[in-house]
Every structure is written in structure tokens, then in C-alpha cells.
Design a protein around this ligand. Structure first.
Ligand code: PGA
Length: 288
């Protein structure tokens, strides 16, 4: 199925591709562990560098309740564990929240922050909700920044999601939106902290819709994001930060997206729930 090729190390740039699977609210108990084991097994057959190192970093981000089981399932496989959100306080009277120390304690290395579904930036509400003021979870740039700082304090590597809605794109505001989101979350951080951050460019209109952003346009916006990073932290730091694309990534479109010079990986939703498809996306990253 996947060829056993040894990749020469010098073919890869400074930034190792990074594929993260965002399972969203999917994966219950044993079923989640089985899927995680399948993914780990499929990925273990992928090509490696001549020194045995993996040419691509991989993480799975299951729901909170499956973190322990999935962590156990991928243990020793090289697949990292990530959470989908966290609260910025470490403990206290915050009913329903999950903190950085809690994520660390179950083995998380990554945490997705500012996902559009948490920012309440869904294009439409659930069909049974008619009150238009209701938004999912309601993260703001300011709360995303608080969470990001808390994640760094606990040595969790954040995957910071940014991206425009369809309305913002149609109004010609895409670049401004991602610029503001990047600055709001990362302003004031030092190089050492920024080096652990990954950014996921996820146009809201492309998430879960099958309407993938054209590869060239995704590349252009990722370059805009790198420009914003350069302004914040200088060229050297900006050059080290990985920028993923997310939004209807599939085994069929991954290679074209990942071949773009400004795209360093993918944040994969629906297709990360299928071991075969996810492994193919990881393989495309390994070859990119
Ligand atoms: P999708 O989701 O791949 O199902 O579009 C991506 C995401 O929301 O991170």
C-alpha cells in the first residue's frame, strides 16, 4: 500500500511537516482506542529519513473523555496526543472547564486553540436553534490569547486556528482578519515560546463543507500569516513556525496543498476519523 522509501534528509526544509487530526466530538471509549491504534499502525509503515527519524510529525486530538484511552493506544508509536481546547485558569470554580495541568497529566503535548467552532464562527447555527445570538462557546481573540498563554505556561504546544468567514472573504477582509487573529493571540511572546506554536489557517467556509480552499489561495494566505509573524518576531522566528492548512483536507487534495511552499502541514477533521485516509494524508506530507 504505502511504499517503503527512505527519504534523504536534505530534501526537507527547516520546517518538518505536521499533520494533526481533530476528531471533534467523535470517538467514544473502546471505539476511539481502536481507531487510534489503526492510525498508529498505518503510520508506522511510512517512509523515514535515512537516520530513522520520521519526516512528518503527527498528532491526534480526540475529545477530552478519550484522551487517556487514545494516549494509551498510541503510546510508543510516535503519534502525539493533543486536546481540542482548554481553559486558561489552572484550577478553581470553573464548572465544566479543563485546565492545562489536567491535559499535561494525561499526556497531551498539543492543544488546539481558537478553532472556529469554539470561536462561535460557524456559518450557520444548528437547525433547531433559532436564536441568532447563540454562538457555540463564544471564544474571542482575547480569550484565545489567555488560553494560548496558559498552554505555553504548561509546556503544551498550541495549534492556533485562524481564518475568515465567507462574509469576511466576500468583503475582501481575509488578510486583515487573519492578521488581527495572529497578532491578538501571539503579541508579546518571545522567540522560545513562539517556536513551539503551530498556526492552522482554517477558512471557516471550508471546514466540513467539502469546499476546500484552492491550494494557491491557501498558500497565499499562509504567506500573509508568515508576514504577520515576521512583523511580530522577525524573519528567523517566523521562518521556524509551522503553518498548517485546514478545511476539507482529504487524501485526494492533500498532496497539492502540502506541496505549496508556505503550507507546512494540515489540520484534518472528518478525514482523521478514517485510518486509511488519514495515513494517506500523512504520507502526502512525508513526500512534500
Ligand atoms: P474538516 O475539519 O477537515 O472536517 O473540514 C477541519 C477542522 O475543523 O479542523
Amino acid at each position: 500500500m504505502i511504499k517503503d522509501v527512505v527519504l534523504p534528509r536534505e530534501e526537507k526544509g527547516l520546517r518538518k511537516p505536521f499533520i494533526a487530526g481533530n476528531w471533534k466530538m467523535n470517538g467514544v471509549g473502546e471505539e476511539a482506542e481502536v481507531l487510534a491504534r489503526q492510525i498508529a499502525a498505518q503510520i508506522s509503515g511510512l517512509p523515514a529519513f535515512s537516520d530513522g527519524a520520521s519526516p512528518v510529525d503527527v498528532a491526534i486530538c480526540p475529545p477530552f473523555t478519550s484522551l487517556v484511552g487514545v494516549g494509551r493506544a498510541v503510546s510508543g508509536s510516535g503519534v502525539k496526543l493533543g486536546a481540542q481546547d482548554m481553559f486558561w485558569r489552572d484550577s478553581g470554580a470553573y464548572t465544566g472547564r479543563v485546565s492545562g495541568p489536567m491535559l499535561k497529566a494525561v499526556g497531551c503535548q498539543h492543544v488546539i486553540l481558537g478553532h472556529s467552532e469554539c470561536r462561535g464562527r460557524f456559518g450557520k447555527l444548528e437547525s433547531d436553534i433559532t436564536d441568532e445570538t447563540i454562538r457555540h462557546f463564544g471564544d474571542l481573540d482575547a480569550t484565545v490569547a489567555l488560553k494560548l498563554h496558559a498552554a505555553l505556561r504548561h509546556e503544551l504546544s498550541p495549534i492556533l486556528c485562524v481564518g475568515e468567514t465567507l462574509g469576511e472573504r466576500e468583503a475582501g477582509n481575509t488578510d486583515q482578519v487573519v492578521y488581527i487573529q495572529v497578532h491578538a493571540a501571539l503579541h508579546g511572546l518571545g522567540a522560545a515560546q513562539l517556536n513551539t506554536v503551530t498556526i492552522a489557517y482554517e477558512p471557516v467556509w471550508a471546514i466540513g463543507t467539502g469546499q476546500t480552499c484552492e491550494a494557491e489561495e491557501a498558500n497565499r494566505v499562509c504567506a500573509v500569516i508568515r508576514g504577520a509573524l515576521e512583523q511580530l518576531a522577525g524573519g528567523e522566528v517566523a521562518g521556524n513556525i509551522r503553518i498548517q492548512y485546514g478545511g476539507s483536507v482529504t487524501a485526494d487534495n492533500a498532496a497539492e496543498l502540502l506541496a505549496q511552499p508556505a503550507i507546512d502541514g494540515a489540520l484534518v477533521g472528518g478525514q482523521s476519523l478514517k485510518a486509511d485516509a488519514f495515513a494517506k494524508i500523512v504520507n502526502a506530507a512525508a513526500q512534500s
